[in-house]
Design a protein around this ligand. Sequence first.
Ligand SMILES: Cc1cc2nc3c(=O)[nH]c(=O)nc-3n(C[C@H](O)[C@H](O)[C@H](O)COP(=O)(O)OP(=O)(O)OC[C@H]3O[C@@H](n4cnc5c(N)ncnc54)[C@H](O)[C@@H]3O)c2cc1C
Ligand code: FES
Ligand code: FES
Length: 1303
Amino acid sequence: CLMCFTTYCQYSHNVFSIINSVQITEKNAEPEKTLLTYLRRNLGLTGTKLGCAEGGCGACTVMVSKYHPHQNRIIHYAVNACLAPLCSLHHCAVTTVEGIGSMASKLHPVQERIAKAHGSQCGFCTPGIVMSMYALLRNNPQPSMHDVQEAFQGNLCRCTGYRPILEGYRSFTKVTTDNGCCMTNEHTQDSTLPAQKLYDQSEFMPLDPTQEIIFPPELMVKQPQRELRFAGERVLWIQPCSLEELLELKATYPNAKLVVGNTEVGIEMKFKNLFYPVILAPAYIPELNIIQNTQDGIQVGASVTLTVLGDVLRAAVKKLPAHQTEVFKAVLEQLRWFAGQQIRNVAAVGGNIMTASPISDLNPVFMAASCKLTVMSKGTTFIFPVQGSKVVAFHDLIQNTEYFSAFKQSPRKEDDIAIVTCGMNVFFKEQSNIVQSIRISYGGMAPVTVLATATCNRLLNRQWNEELLEEACTSLAEEMSLSPSAPGGMVTYRRTLTISLFYKFFLNVQHKLSLDLLKEGVTVEDVRPEYATATELFQLDSPSSVQLYQAVPPGYSDDVVGQPIMHLSALKQATGEAIYCDDIPCYENELHLALVTSTKAHALIKSIDTSDAMAVPGVVAFISAKDIPGSNMTGPVVYDETVFADDKVTCVGHIVGAIVADTQAHAQRAAKAVKISYEELQPVIVTIQDAIANKSFFQPVRSIERGDVAQGFKDSDHILHGEMHIGGQEQFYLETNCTLAVPRGEDGEMELFVSTQSASKTQALVAKALGVSANRVVCRVKRMGGGFGGKESRSTILSTVVAVAAHTVKRPVRCMLDRDEDMLVTGGRHPFFGHYKVGYMNNGRVMALEVTLYSNAGNSLDLSLSVSRALFHMDNSYNIPNIRATGYVCKTNLPSNSAFRGFGGPQGMMIAESWMSDVALSCGLPAEEVRRMNMYKEGDFTPFSQRLDNFTIDRCWEECMQLSDFNKRKDAVEQYNRQHRWTKRGLSIIPTKFGISFTAVFLNQAGALVLVYSDGSVLLTHGGTEMGQGLHTKMVQVASKTLGIPCSKIHITETSTNTVPNTSPTAASASSDLNGMAIYNACQTLLQRLQPYKDKNPKGCWEDWVRIIINFIMFYRTPDLGYDFETNSGRPFNYFSYGVAVSEVEIDCLTGSHKNLHTSIVMDVGKSLNPALDIGQVEGGFMQGLGLFTLEELRYSPDGYLYTRGPGMYKIPAFGDIPIELKVSLLRDAPNEKAIFSSKAVGEPPLFLAASVFYAIKDAITAARAESNLTGPFRLDSPATPERIRNACEDKFTKLVCSNFHC
Ligand SMILES: Cc1cc2nc3c(=O)[nH]c(=O)nc-3n(C[C@H](O)[C@H](O)[C@H](O)COP(=O)(O)OP(=O)(O)OC[C@H]3O[C@@H](n4cnc5c(N)ncnc54)[C@H](O)[C@@H]3O)c2cc1C
Ligand code: FES
Ligand code: FES
């Protein structure tokens, strides 16, 4: 204690709060402890999840309720428990997902509806989403759809594609059918089947707000009435109750940190290794919470939260004349895109100003509006204009004939930090368009918010017209310069944005001014109609959707296969009762592990100094290579990597060692204190281009060839060359990698609880490291919070480290990686680079193709040779008679890249679509015609000599054209583009053909164990793991149909290596096929054995027959698989899945933002085992593809340091990214004889359909370029980020920046 220097301070107050109606008095509350850790570790309330620890995913959302003394009312608001310090919750009530309902008692409608609407797949995000919705309903029992969308700005889901969540919760809104229809299985023209819903909304429990938990009366206190102090191990937290006290304390502790929302300081302490021993919490000081109108404008206290500020300004906008609220509207516009609701609910105005972030969203507005700050210290007060300095309050002044705009440009619209943000304010001389004063401020262009003073001065006394615009743009191009190596990169784009955003402001003002002056009899030029959309603000439209599937025909209603059964764990997931790896209660003697990783990409380890680390309280051991009893060499296919780096590191994030300590906080603190000295080695190979330059490739280099390529080029009318780069992608499963290793103390036995797709691989590699045989290691997997390939092989490294630690200390050891560690250590989807040469005819028919693909594998081989899937998909769906493709796997100094949904297939197909698009643009033909003309037909052969039987793409294509109303849509797009200069629309139709099977042949096998108990219940176990895809649900359906018993009699408890051994990873979309067949075989054999008992007792029932217990384990192996690259013969795939998508987008040519207006998908999933789950996979896969192709960017420094290590920097699609109109149809009457009950694999194939969005964007850019007379092919790399879109839409503004910047 910093006050009395004891371990537990006698002067420390207790934190008193009420959590889920239970009074909690926490003595010795630790100021460094977050509410999340407290809930999970101290109270065992594990429903609230940890997804990122930085306020970016919403998995930790809970509701806080408190009495607001200034407003004299109780307020309820959603917060991120991962950032909320426990000490900030004194006298608050906290409601977690467990507090609102449970399976054991009664579900809350919010829990029930997300589950029944199929809005929970892996379920890791579900409690957070449930709590965001719950908090919204507590404040507004009948919200609008817009309110619902706003409430979810701070929540992420990686599985569902969001649509089912929104549809389920639409049922709470005022107009439940306000836009589109919910989950309707409509008739298609040729269908005679009855309509059937994916769920029945009439079964939903009603919402009864009167039944909600009441606010505890004992918390109806005005707080604080006295100063509070909470003293912890290292930090003293003081909550003063008056401004005077605060100033006094600040004088006593000059280095004390003020904390209100902790949304900045929390991040600094957790991720930037900053430490503040004294914290002053002024959240409740009355003077700092005031919002009052003064003669000068409105005065806002520094502790006022952004939500409260928004509410007050919205009320003022409603009440006051429009011209008086220009600034308010600009602040509101910035707040609309400021973080998520959970952050805005706690983050304060003062915190934003004082962080003085270069990309603060509010500072540019305050600066442009000439707001004044009041700054105080003991005995002194200053008031001065906002210039990014100290503050306790801000004022603003609104004048007549003043125009104000604020803009924020970020990679993702919702909950993202700005690339460039700005405030612009102009004041005109009376009854004129002559500028009297103007202030333009930018964030994102310098280390602090800056005013464009020179430009503003040059515009004074000028008329607001084209000449002024030209002058302003030229001046801004000069003044807002950045060095080519400016931190944050995107230099050309940022500079272009400063001008483009000013242009938007110019048009805005021109329009408003012309209307205002007209009222006064003065006429000035208005904005040209075709420019009007450039002045419109980005709106989040309410989404609508349609889902179509083939209902089980009448008479077959007892057949569970084909029914849209809810994910069997969905309700548990929605209540927080579903147990994930880190939710397993702690063992009494359990220890926590934190990784020590390399900070160099390529270096020799000279020394490791653990002395500081070992001095951290609670530390038990430092574990490294020397502690491994078996082999340090590991790897899923070849053993070419180490568990712990011994003498050399080959990437930043290479695991060097691990600290084991009593708590996670201690382990992590100690891990940071380990000092490693390195001798750096050259070369450091980061990019594919580096690898090509250094000829750094893994062997073998593979190729596929068919026809006579040279002759094909000779026969072609034209030849074109092109290139494309496709960025990597982080799996971003919401649950990071986690392992709990428990040494059993006998015979070298070790039990592992792991979040992995590969139980058997984990078992094998742990046994190898421990030097024991596999029969001593058991690996158990209950469920994962998402996997997507990322937990197929990379999870084994962490499991091995944890197992070695547990073996060494002889105690249970647990480690759940933090998001930043997970992103750093585990690698993701391979970035690809392709160059191609295409020979084609005048009509667009492609005659010859030569393509070379390079993938960035990282520092070990891992599964990268299987990325040859890219070669198998380099034709996508097109029949190219003469083709040669070569694939290189680049060895680089990045963490090993690994499996991720599609595994190279999407990248191969993406490059195919790039040359297809180039051919269409070169021929000047509609892309859809060229694609259709080149498409395969039934019975054609692929370049790898596999015949295409039951080829359904033609049907998918025709149905998708119809579903999307393609031709009409295309006419409308063309018309729109003729009428609008600065926004353009684009349309694209893209097919996919995806081969199903592991390309490593031996993996195409599975096992199942069916245990029948004497009460008739069945325990089913199979080799697949559940990661949200609904595999267990489908497998129960398969067993139910085969055995002829209801699903309710069948249970799956977990996947484990001591029930079904030697299983393949749950991957390659093949798990339903493989495990389904194994279950089917097991059940069939069981039925055969049962037959004599049935014959003996034909009138008996299942329970009578199974008295004699017969249990079965069966294996299944896909027959006739195997491909030889040498001879180009054999079958790599069991069959193909097909699909087609049409997407329409709108781009903002000035900023590069885009909106997904429409997507129609027709997907062939064979005879669906479960249409609800299959549609979930289609939509979820599509949204992941949308992230891959339009949004997600991993950024590395030239020396291999990953910048994007969490949701703050790395943006996966959010709720607002779903297509405004989404139609998904499962192809009817397309049974597939090659898989269980005629179904087809669905996990990976739909991901690529999001390429339709990318090529729709390219189509829109083509239209924008045409305005500058640019035609023909152009390169657009993936993802199509706002930066790439803007840079490709070349115009007078981009030219201005380039001429000024010599680009
Ligand atoms: C997920 C996430 C998303 C975010 N998104 C955005 C965004 O879109 N736009 C954006 O601009 N920012 C964003 N931020 C940054 C941050 O939320 C804001 O800057 C917020 O306003 C900080 O407020 P706070 O009360 O939480 O600050 P705290 O973390 O409590 O404090 C921040 C700083 O302000 C100082 N401070 C606080 N109050 C006072 C006072 N009264 N007097 C003097 N100093 C004081 C503190 O000492 C500290 O240095 C985001 C943060 C997160 C975690
Ligand atoms: S864990 Fe709190 S927001 Fe992600
Ligand atoms: S269900 Fe949302 S992250 Fe898995």
